[in-house]
Design a protein around this ligand. Structure first.
Ligand code: T1G
Length: 699
């Protein structure tokens, strides 16, 4: 295996070059290589200065996350950074790409930093449930001051090269060829013969006395449930109040504690699961994709409008078609309103809004799609209507155009069969609001061709979406699983648990919103209509219990937030769910009618009754091959349904609890509530019998 760090000397400048594709991660080997090459260069009399640089798309993008928690040989990274910092000759870092985590920590141990003007610099460790562990909590405050350092470390947000220059994090910017600029700079400072500046020797200006309490309150809220939060605060404070070495030791202990934490393991699992989800097992990564330049969207409603925004914001001309001008005008004004809100919140520049809006044109006739490369239908969830649409699209769209449905549950193969080009048909299931939610279920039909799938995955990446492949079944991955989650929440209410208690138990578990409040926000009529649609298609349920409460509330005109009342009541224009005796009475009536007695149920049962159906159904989905791997399911639930990322998704969570315990609990519920909803999935039983975990099914 070639050495990941090389040395070459030109005109007295030693170039220490990192070459560890794909992102020059700071593995143990890279750290050792850095130490050895810099030591060599420092000892070489022909060398007057050292430039640290990297091949490929980026300077070091962080420590090698795959090495965390492992028991491989570890290199003392602090000793490596001390070699850089203590070097008698100037060490200049030439920075390009994404200089994140350990990469920025290496750069801060250098004496000077020159950045390409397109570079981005950050300490995103907190997004992995960690904190900088290579001196970042001690060196960054010394370079840029306490407040901006704490902001960068506690949010994990990167800064631009220009911001880094303004902050004093880098010394110069370069337009292109940062290595040459760095070499010239290094030669200049070497000729000055002044001792190189060492970051660790800098002092930090103490902040105002109230700073720490305010910061603790802010971080306590923004990093709720994350062990790294208090550690970050303590370490940055140590940078102000304690000698460098003591701060470093404190950081080391904090890092060791965080890296072992369940929360960080969960976030690291999601980091890699998101990248694996982009790969389709039986389709090579270099499968050619079809060119997508012009996109069509059918339906200017909530979903269609959001989808059109996704493409327009990503630079694609979009043609939005609906049945009449009135519908288009309504849709367009919603789009304009959404963009205006983003500009008002400072999330979008007005110029970008205008550019995006200028890419959207409207029409009332499918003839507008003759030059489209991709058309996505987002019409009502009615199969007859969908079949009509696909027949028309098949007639008007050019050969090779991709035809997609945004259906959240209906059969893609049926739609494909309505065309003469089933290989060009797939599902692209966006989540509401489509211009905000990162998740995209890419539904692979029986006939969908590999290049269409590869094109869809590539497109998702260009839209900034997290794509997960799903096979064809009712509700695909996410909605198929949500059925059990919603069902149990309804049964718990019939068994006497108040809506607010259910929501409290799930929000304490980590969901941003509980299932009951979520139902009210989405609209109870949506679920009732979907159940009626299923009934019409002969897929209805003969169990009246799960749907009875919603049916009764809708019949009473309580559709949820949009009517000011559902399972909760809402102040006019308000969104805060307030308990409502009227709703409780409707629930109690329904329970009495069904002969269901109220009983004492504790919070753990509430959580288990709602979460374990996800695990059980996911095991069936995996066994059927609807999802490629467990991590894909975790990504769907974390990005599409608010499953707490600190638990890593339903299947990572199940592995953390231990599958034998999960199976036991499901069997307990089976004994109490019967086999209809609580028969353990065969895959779950097999894994337990073999002493295995879902994680072993990854790839
Ligand atoms: N370690 C190991 N592998 C990594 C990696 C890392 N840090 N970063 C990326 N990869 C792999 C990734 O799995 C994928 O592999 C390939 O590189 C391309 O990544 C001590 C504790 C840099 C912005 O958190 O944010 O430093 O799937 O698909 O979209 O204080 O990767 O091809 O096999 O994401 O162009 C801190 C993590 C670590 C940055 C590039 N650093 N990486 O995005 O490509 S903790 C981070 C990213 C740390 C120190 C601590 C992004 C990227 P594969 P990609 P991309």
């Amino acid at each position: 295996m070639s050495d990941p760090v090389n040395l070459s000397v030109e005109d007295g400048i030693a170039f220490v070059i990192i070459d560890n594709p794909p992102v020059n991660a700071l593995s143990g080997r890279v750290a050792a290589g850095l130490r050895d090459r810099v030591t060599e260069a420092a000892a070489d009399p022909a060398v007057i200065a050292i430039v640290l640089t990297a091949f490929g798309r980026t300077f070091i993008a962080g420590a090698d996350i795959t090495e965390f928690g492992g028991d491989g040989p570890t290199v003392d990274v602090h000793a490596v950074l001390a070699v850089l910092e203590d070097c008698a000759k100037p060490v200049v870092a030439a920075l390009h790409g994404t200089i994140y985590g350990g990469g920025l920590e290496v750069a801060m141990a250098c004496h000077y930093r020159i950045a390409d003007d397109a570079a981005r610099l950050g300490l995103p460790e907190v997004k992995l449930g960690l904190l900088p562990g290579a001196g970042g909590t001690q060196r960054l405050p010394r370079l840029i001051g306490v407040a901006p350092a704490l902001e960068m470390i506690s949010t994990g947000k990167p800064v631009t090269a220009q911001d880094a220059l303004n902050l004093g994090l880098v010394d110069r910017l370069s337009k292109g060829d940062v290595r040459t600029v760095a070499a010239r700079f290094a030669a200049t400072v070497a000729r000055q013969k002044s001792p190189p500046p060492r970051t660790r020797t800098r002092t930090v200006i103490p902040p105002a006395p109230s700073f720490w309490d305010e910061a603790a309150a802010r971080i306590g809220k923004s990093l709720r449930g994350l062990p790294a939060g208090p550690h970050i605060l303590a370490c940055v404070r140590a940078a102000v109040e304690r000698p460098f070495k003591e701060g470093l030791d404190l950081e080391g202990q904090a890092f060791a504690a965080c890296v072992r934490s369940r929360e960080s393991e969960a976030l690291r699992h999601l980091f890699f699961a998101e990248r694996r989800a982009a790969r389709i097992k039986d389709i090579p990564r270099d499968t050619p994709t079809r060119p997508i330049a012009r996109v069509g969207v059918i339906g200017a409603g909530t979903m269609g409008g959001g989808i059109a925004m996704c493409f327009a914001s990503a630079g694609y001309p979009v043609t939005l078609v609906d049945i009449n001008e009135a519908a288009l005008t309504r849709g367009l004004s919603t789009i304009q309103g959404n963009y205006a809100a983003s500009v008002a919140k400072g999330r979008l520049a007005a110029i970008d809004r205008d550019a995006a809006l200028s890419r959207i044109r409207t029409a009332t006739d499918y003839a507008a799609f003759t030059d489209a490369d991709l058309v996505i239908e987002a019409a009502f969830e009615d199969m007859d209507l969908k079949l009509l649409i696909f027949r028309d699209l098949d007639r008007v769209c050019r050969p090779g155009a991709i035809l997609a449905s945004n259906t959240s549950t209906l059969n893609i193969d049926q739609m494909a069969a309505a065309t003469a080009r089933p290989g060009d048909v797939l599902g692209l299931h966006f989540f509401s609001p489509a211009n905000v939610m990162r998740l995209l279920e890419v539904v692979r039909g029986a006939a969908t061709t590999p290049d269409v799938m590869a094109t869809a995955m590539d497109l998702a990446r260009r839209l900034g979406k997290v794509a997960v492949v799903s096979g064809v079944c009712d509700g695909f991955i996410g909605n198929r699983m949500v059925a059990g989650y919603g069902r149990e929440a309804n049964l718990l209410m019939l068994e006497g648990v108040e809506p607010a208690r259910i929501d409290k138990a799930l929000t304490e578990f980590g969901f941003p919103m509980g299932p009951i409040a979520m139902g009210d926000m989405v609209g109870l009529d949506i679920g009732v209509k979907a159940a009626a649609e299923a009934e019409k298609a002969g897929r209805g349920s003969d169990d009246p219990r799960p749907g009875i409460i919603a049916k009764r509330l809708v019949a009473a005109g309580r559709l949820g937030q949009k009517t000011g009342a559902g399972l909760y009541r809402y102040e006019p224009g308000g969104r805060r769910p307030l308990p409502d005796p009227a709703a409780l009475a409707i629930i109690a009536d329904a329970a009495r009618e069904l002969g269901i007695e109220p009983r004492d149920i504790d919070d753990q049962e509430i959580v288990d009754r709602c979460i374990l159906p996800l695990v059980n159904e996911a095991a069936r989905i995996l066994a059927e091959g609807i999802a490629q791997r467990p991590g894909d399911i975790d990504i769907v639930w974390v990005n599409g349904y608010g499953f707490p990322s600190l638990h890593g998704g339903p299947l990572f969570h199940a592995d953390t609890i231990g599958l034998p315990k999960v199976l036991d609990r499901i069997r307990q519920f089976q004994d109490r509530h019967g086999p209809r909803y609580w028969t353990p999935a065969p895959l779950l039983e097999t894994l337990v019998a073999e002493g295995r975990r879902f994680a072993e099914l990854e790839d």
